[in-house]
Every structure is written in C-alpha cells, then in structure tokens.
Design a binder for this molecule. Sequence first.
Ligand SMILES: Cc1ncc(COP(=O)(O)O)c(C=O)c1O
Length: 395
Amino acid sequence: MYRKTYLEVNCEKLKNNIINIKQNYPDYEYYFGVVKANAYGHGSYIINSLIEGGINYLAVSSLEEALELRKYNTEIPILILEPIHLEYLDKCMENDIAITVSNMEYFYELLTINLQKQLKMHIKLDTGMSRLGIKKSSELCEIINKTANATNLFIEGIYTHFATSGINDKHWDNQLEKFKEITQDVDLSTIPIVHMGRSLTLVNHKKIPFCNGIRLGIAMYGMSQSMPTPTGFKAFLRNLRNNHKKKKLHISPTTTTNNLDLQTAITLYSEVIDLRKIHANDFVGYGALYNAQKDTTIATIAIGYADGIPKGLKHVVINDKKYNIVGGLSMDMICVAVDESVKLYDKVTILGGEQLPIKAVANECGIRSYNLFTGIRNRVPRVYKKDNTYTEIKY
Ligand SMILES: Cc1ncc(COP(=O)(O)O)c(C=O)c1O
C-alpha cells in the first residue's frame, strides 16, 4: 500500500460473532453466511474466519462472487441467490456452487441441458417481495416432479426472503402463510435445506419449525438488531398504537431485544497528508463551501467520496479527538478543522472504533449500516488482523 488509506478488518471479532450467534440460536443445521457484495464490504478473505466460527454454507449474488470465494476456500458449499445464465452451469458443477431456480421459463430451459455432473439447485419462492420466485403450488410441484426424472439435477434447498421485520406489520406473517400455501402439497422433510430467514428473522421471531437453515448477513458483521425499549410519553403512545394494531391484525408475537454480544469488525483509516493555516474569511473546498469564521488549521486527509465515504459524514478522529469535516467531500480528499496537536502523517480514523461506531455514523448520515458497509470501495485496500498478523489484500 502506498497511500495510507485502508480498511482494517478484525477477523477474530467476526469469528466470535458467529460463535455468539450459534450459542444464542443453536437450533439450525445450516448457518448460511451471506457474503455477497464482497462480504458486505469486508472482503472475501474473511470467509475462513466465518467458517471457523461455525458458518457451514455461503450465499452470494453472482457467479463472479462465488468464484472469487473459491480463491479462499474450495470446500464450503456456495449458493447463488440470483439466477445465473445457463451457459455457465459447468462452472457451478465444477466448483460445488448451487443455483437458484426462480421461474418456470428458467426451469424449462434448465431441463433441456445435458448435465454431465450433479447440479444442486435451490428453489426460490415468491411469498411477497415480488422480485424472484415461484408463486404457485402447481408450479412448485411440477418442478419437483420433473426434477425427479432429470439426470444429475438435485433439489438441495427451498427458500424465500422476508421483506419486513414483522414487528409491527402483518406482511411477515402473510409471507409465512404464503410459503405454507405454495408448499402445501410438498413434503418439506424430503428437501435437505429449508431456509427462510435473515438476521432480523432470527432475532425477532421464534424459529419456524420446518426451517433448518438461516441466512445471516448484517448480524454476522456485528449488528445485533436489538432495540432498546423506548421510554417517554411519545414512545408510550406509539406502543399503545402498535399493540392495538398487533391485536387487530393478529400479528404474531415478536421479540425486539436479544442477548447477542456482537461487535463490528471494521475500522477505516487514512492519514493527514497536508496541514495549513487559513485566516478568518478564507474558504475551504469545492464551491467555497466553508467560510472560516476565525484563523483555523486545516488538515487534508487522503480519502474522499470515491473511496465510498458517505456524503453526510461529519467527523473524523485523530489521536482520540473528534474533529469536524469542513468544506464537503472531494473525490479523493477531505478537509478537517483541527488544532495544534495534529501533525503531518497522523493516522485518522474515518469510521469505526469507539468514537465512530458504524450504526451511529450510518444514522448520522441518514443511511443504513448495509449501505455504509457495502459502500466502501475496492480501491481501499483491506488489511486483515488475524492471530496477531496482518494481511493486506487489494480486491
Ligand atoms: C436472499 C437474502 N438472504 C439473506 C440476506 C441477509 O440479510 P441480513 O443482512 O438482513 O441478515 C440477504 C441480504 O440482502 C438476502 O438478499
């Protein structure tokens, strides 16, 4: 690395998150690690730490992502959550990668292919998200019957995806009912893996009895999704309203707090590459956005929006002290109003650590933690801390 801007990823923390999740929710056979989008920005390198923690299946969005994972582990089964072009099935069969079948046209085309090796597929059901998935029980039965007579095609899994948390809405319950309706003529126990939930399902709902798999994304990366019980009169009123709604709509009971002890594992660092004194009334940044009210010291930091830092970012930390970003974000640099204690080449924390926790920064920027994690660009090298050694990877 030449420019000292990098994302440090603590692999031990990720591993411990999985151990903690499994201790708290031990009743699944399959714990899928959702590692799409370069493992939510952490980088594919982390998969072996996830596996050490107890993840026994991985899920990604594309064949590219699946093959990238194979550079780091050749054994762990991988599911692609979106349909892939059928001309690339050989790569899936060679690399133990399962595909998703999500509509009949795709399935009929699949049946015309002469498969030379076993191909694993998971059938996706559309229970209310209207993106992907089989919607009718007759179609599901047709897939199952026709696959029974097809050479080398194997139904390994069936799944759906919940659109909401189900805490104050009926949509979650409706999706569960829809899943039951579509699968009514199917003996689910004959399908090895039935997986419906994501992190929120795990923590907010009782285990769905016929599911033996859970797909973990954001929780694995350190977000427990536990919501402290709000206090105050407004919260009291909101609670009353929600309870009334839950009763009226027969929304199934949920839990909003949990005992998970999870930690985020990333810290984004950069450095001071320039220090200058400006006078009262001088301007900083594009559009002369910032007009200094008094003589000020400006530190220029080697990171910008092209590295994925969000527009609303307000502070950085230098030598344990928080400073304000001034003059907006440039593509590759930001300016910070500092004091005399800051020196050239000082290390700067942009995100993470005690003073800039991911969730708080995301809230402050008006975005979700998902966007913050996945927004960090690949031009930022990742540095992995594992067993007190550091490994640098540029994706
Ligand atoms: C199909 C599917 N399953 C599971 C997940 C993981 O979700 P979460 O990060 O909320 O646990 C995702 C994430 O987008 C997904 O698309």
